[in-house]
Design a protein around this ligand. Structure first.
Ligand SMILES: [Zn+2]
Ligand SMILES: [Zn+2]
Length: 540
């Protein structure tokens, strides 16, 4: 195999078509570092250039698995994979793939969305035989383990020689490195991604898998994996992921709430929102505001385990020793991670929110526990302490270095105690549910009214906000405040008009949901049936 590999590099370096013709399998594909994939015919027509011409400069590794083998060449940020198949006439190349890794750690990991439907639960590939069926099962299990940062299960599904290279990461991963990152909730650019299409080549106890993926954010990926069967179990030996530069990018941002709720584990990946504000995007989005002397975290994630993840990220970003924690509202994914924060964290929130927490906190924690086994585990033995500082309607935190955070209670909306955080000099608003990005407002059972919510938005309009970070939708600019207000007042005006005409709340909800679809065509959902019921009830 090594002889054939050397001959291949020589032939490709010289663009020797006759030599290449003999060395390339009929199923051969060549993927360059831009993710452009060529067939054997394409390569013979116009042989592309090699990313690493002089193999003696590179670190070379080779693995043989009976009828299939691979050679890996690493030089700086360039990682090249060549997969070889033993045919009756000799070794032929199945895959040539280049990965150019990032020169700095990525700020997010393009993934499968928070519920990881595909590939964790379903894989859109029809296996041709039993071996392929088993590989699909192992692949899905592996991605589920990665999604849950479960290094124990992960370790049973990857071989000891495992290696992962990705255009979305700055590291070449081995098995142990990947497991350590899972233990620290890091994905470092490599996460499960939905599979669009796959090809499998079966060589007995070894299977070559090539596939195309479309992550929830960023460019599509072309991926090559080699699976081996050891002691009756299929294990992944390698995963090379090349980002397809010419492919369509999926816009960056969190998924709809219902989808987010099914994956409540936060990662340590952050995005920068403005000069002093970072966010972990997830269930929910968490804000971390960094001054020279102190750091403020807004929201905790669901349960102490997520709180600890957030606290680790805050510690990494912090410049000063002091840590403040506040919460947008008392719901458990926003406030229930508090015990995961280190001793000495200064917990601060408004009095209305604290009263609500005391009144309804346990009841809603119980509701979340009953949603899934994972939630029950995350919220087990949850004990929430009383805040160190309570404020009426405004508190100003000086975080040092000219960074201040104004914590505001402006009235009821999603809940009674909704809190807003305005960061200066960034003019960034951490808005909780009060201002969202193309999401139908939801008023909780004992929350505010559409009118009180609109009144809060009117007060926010005076703040001259530049950036908005909502809790359950993508970040945006200050115009989100006006959009939120216009949507809410549109629904309110139309609902009240239909109510005056004697239309039932149910009919009005259905009618308006359709009507709003035209005016707010780019919103993922305009289902306002719940909101319309609330507006009807308010009018009584
Ligand atoms: Zn909520
Ligand atoms: Zn929430």
């Amino acid at each position: 195999m090594l002889q054939a590999d050397r001959a291949f590099v020589r032939a490709a370096a010289r663009a020797d078509k006759a030599a290449l013709e003999k060395l390339l399998d009929s199923d051969f594909t060549w993927t360059d570092s831009d993710g452009k994939t060529l067939t054997k015919a394409d390569v013979l027509r116009d042989p592309p250039k090699l990313a690493i011409v002089n193999q003696s400069e590179a670190q070379l590794k080779q693995y043989a698995y009976g009828e299939l083998g691979d050679v890996q060449a690493n030089l700086g940020r360039t990682h090249v994979l060549r997969v070889w198949a033993k045919r009756p006439a000799g070794w032929t190349a199945m895959v040539y793939q280049e990965v150019l890794s990032l020169d700095a750690p990525p700020s997010f990991a393009p993934g499968a969305g928070n519920d990881c439907e595909n590939p964790c639960k379903t894989v859109p590939y029809q296996p041709k035989n039993e071996a392929e069926r088993q590989v699909v099962t192992a692949y899905s299990k592996l991605e589920t383990a990665a999604m849950a940062h479960n290094s124990a299960v992960f370790s049973t599904l990857v071989a000891d020689e495992f290696v992962a290279a990705s255009s979305n990461s700055n590291k070449l991963y081995d098995k142990r490195g990947r497991m350590e990152d899972f233990d620290h909730s890091k994905m470092a650019g490599v996460a499960p991604t939905p599979l669009l299409a796959a090809r499998m080549f079966d060589f007995g106890d070894v299977v070559l898998m090539t596939s195309e993926h479309q992550p929830d954010r960023g460019k599509p990926l072309h991926v090559t994996r080699v699976w081996v069967k050891r002691d009756g179990s299929w294990m992944e030996t390698l995963s090379y992921q090349t980002s397809v530069a010419a492919g369509p990018a999926t816009p960056q941002g969190p998924l709809p709430l219902a989808t987010q709720m099914r994956q409540p584990l936060l990662t340590e990946d952050t995005v920068k929102i403005s000069e002093h504000v970072w966010a972990i995007l997830g269930f929910p989005n968490i804000a971390i505001i960094v001054g020279d002397r102190a750091t403020l975290v807004v929201d905790t994630g669901l349960g102490p385990r997520n709180g600890a993840t957030v606290a680790r990220v805050a510690a990494r970003l912090s410049k000063g020793p002091k840590l403040f924690l506040t919460t947008t509202h008392f719901h458990p994914e926003h406030a229930g991670g508090e015990p995961g924060f280190p001793a000495g964290t200064i917990l601060i929130r408004n009095t209305v929110q604290q009263q609500e927490m005391e009144q309804h906190g346990l009841e809603i924690v119980e509701r979340f526990r009953n949603m899934s086994a994972q939630n029950a585990e995350l919220l087990k033995d949850l004990h929430l302490r009383t805040p160190d500082i309570l404020f009426q309607d405004q508190a100003k935190l000086d975080l040092g270095g000219g960074v201040t955070a104004r914590l505001l209670w402006l009235g009821a909306g999603h809940t009674k105690g909704d809190e807003l955080t305005f960061v200066e000099p960034d003019r960034t608003l951490v808005s909780g549910d009060i201002v969202q990005n193309k999401v139908v407002p939801g008023i909780a059972a004992d929350g505010g009214t559409s009118s009180s919510w609109i009144a809060v938005l009117d007060k926010l309009a005076a703040l001259n906000v530049r950036y908005v970070l909502p809790d359950h939708s993508p970040a945006g600019d200050g115009s989100l405040i006006a959009s939120e207000r216009s949507f809410l007042s549109d629904v309110q005006a139309r609902a009240l008009a239909l109510q005056r005409q004697g239309t039932s709340a149910e009919d009005a909800g259905r009618e308006l949901s359709l009507e709003l679809k035209n005016k707010y065509a780019d919103w993922p959902s305009t289902n306002v049936t719940g909101l319309v019921q609330r507006i009807y009830a308010e009018a009584h």
